[in-house]
Design a protein around this ligand. Sequence first.
Ligand code: ATP
Length: 330
Amino acid sequence: MALIEIRNLAKAFGTVKAVDGVDLDINSGEFITLLGPSGSGKTTVLRMIAGFEDPDSGTIKLSGQDITHLPPYDRDVNTVFQDYALFPHMDVLANIEYGMRVKKVPKEERREKALKALEQVRLSGYENRKPSQLSGGQRQRVALARALVNRPSVLLLDEPLGALDLKLRQQMQIELKELQREVGITFIFVTHDQEEALTMSDRIAVFDKGRIQQLDKPAAIYEKPRNEFVAGFVGVSNLISGAAAEKLLGKKGTFTVRPEKIRIEGKGAAGVIREVEYLGPATRFLVELDAGVRLVVLQQNSEQSAVDVESLRGRKIALSWDKESEYQVS
Ligand code: ATP
């Protein structure tokens, strides 16, 4: 049995159908990501699981119990918000102990649990600092410790890394995933960042227009997108359709080929390199094929140097790829 069972969940704000019939089973101990563009409904789903938003219809079960209309404090879930929502006048330890103090947990037990949680997020020694004396990443860790201290069955994370710069964000992605493995708590993570979703998740639910477009493991989402939306949102959308598909692939329909699967060679589909972007470890090319389609190509920089790739702009080349790399999206 799934830990969380969501059936036919819907919520409208006025005429906007924010969530429009969502079914989702989440397993115990799973790291699942709700991924989608702004306004696709992922936060509203998370808020309904947390109990901050009341669904118009549908049900949410946690461990078999219907929690659809329970107040937030009666659900065995906890939320980490993007802005961390720490109390500025309380030190780190008081912030982490706050929920337990409200619930009248004895002082010693409170302290012990809070210190353990601090250790888990690698912040031992910071207990007496105020949030203003911490870096963004440290604040994020305090918010995590506070959410984990009561060992909820489920942790809900709403763009928790959104406020961090890229480097810290990537570091926290690894730490968060490690922490989740360590504590074994189910994480439901909301983000609009496809790379973040691909690196961290056991499974990803891709949202658009209030619905789940695809629910799958990261590799399947990336390599076997179910429709054009998923192909375009996750990764670069190299879409080949209509006359170009018939000319290049000899097939009718819409297909995608991922940029790193394409080779620049002497033979194959003829075209011209229009743009070259040097990315450090790799170079990205925009190629306009004679068949009337533009494809992005990604090549590792193991052999050519930056000077070499720049001189390729405007050059006539040919592209090729293996048949297995063509994936039909509609
Ligand atoms: P983002 O990444 O921008 O947070 P999202 O995918 O999480 O986007 P939601 O926040 O779930 O999307 O919003 C879905 C739709 O519902 C949007 O069109 C949004 O404007 C609308 N919406 C969400 N909350 C409210 C509200 N309290 N009142 C009115 N409209 C709302």
